[in-house]
Design a protein around this ligand. Sequence first.
Ligand SMILES: CC(C)(COP(=O)(O)OP(=O)(O)OC[C@H]1O[C@@H](n2cnc3c(N)ncnc32)[C@H](O)[C@@H]1OP(=O)(O)O)[C@@H](O)C(=O)NCCC(=O)NCCS
Length: 207
Amino acid sequence: MSKNIQPYDTISTPLGNCYIYTIHSYFINKLASFDCGEKEQNDFIKRFAVGHYLAGINHTFLLICNNDLAGFISFSSYSYAFAEGFLDKIKKAIKEEFNKRGLPHEFDVSFKKLPVILLGQLGIDKRYQGKGLGRSLIREFVIPYSLNYCAENSCIGILVYTRSAKDFYRKLGFQLIYEDKNGGANYFYSLYKNVLEIRYKTFSSKP
Ligand SMILES: CC(C)(COP(=O)(O)OP(=O)(O)OC[C@H]1O[C@@H](n2cnc3c(N)ncnc32)[C@H](O)[C@@H]1OP(=O)(O)O)[C@@H](O)C(=O)NCCC(=O)NCCS
């Protein structure tokens, strides 16, 4: 790897340590040969990922294992209209967290849309599928990165839309929150309690 490009993170996987890099011109040739078996994700990484990254639409990270492009992941800021029932559950859970800490502060939202981090695209190259890399990428990078992002920028969890990998997300603790007529579904990984914990500590720390 070029000495000038530092990895954003290192994660431990069943294949050993792999590296997370922000998308960069250095990797252009590797993007062209990526194949995860799904047209949408292949098109994204080959055609759109760079332009969307440069324009601030999303942030794509590459998973590099053994100097190979083994996978990628792309995040965006997003506002999601949660169903009424689910929104009520979130409000109730947050009020309970306030009560637990004896906080007098009010929490009520009249708007349906709440900020989330959107896991827009994820792909593991076919040569690396079924080896636990996707699982490691979510557990070791996506969740901690998202929590940090939410605590720093404000969001309440990770949202993903998928047709082909529902069980993959379900097994990783994502909750089904919406299914459409075309077989697609939204899954949500809640982070608001973790965000509250982090912010509460900072907010109430002694100066
Ligand atoms: C879905 C994908 C990211 C999974 O990556 P992976 O590295 O092959 O997955 P892992 O080996 O870490 O598997 C983790 C678990 O999820 C399951 N799983 C993997 N892919 C799955 C899929 N497409 N559907 C359902 N379950 C799946 C595995 O069986 C495994 O289950 P286990 O814990 O019971 O053993 C990868 O197959 C891929 O890139 N697919 C094409 C693109 C895509 O569908 N992206 C997701 C939509 S955004």
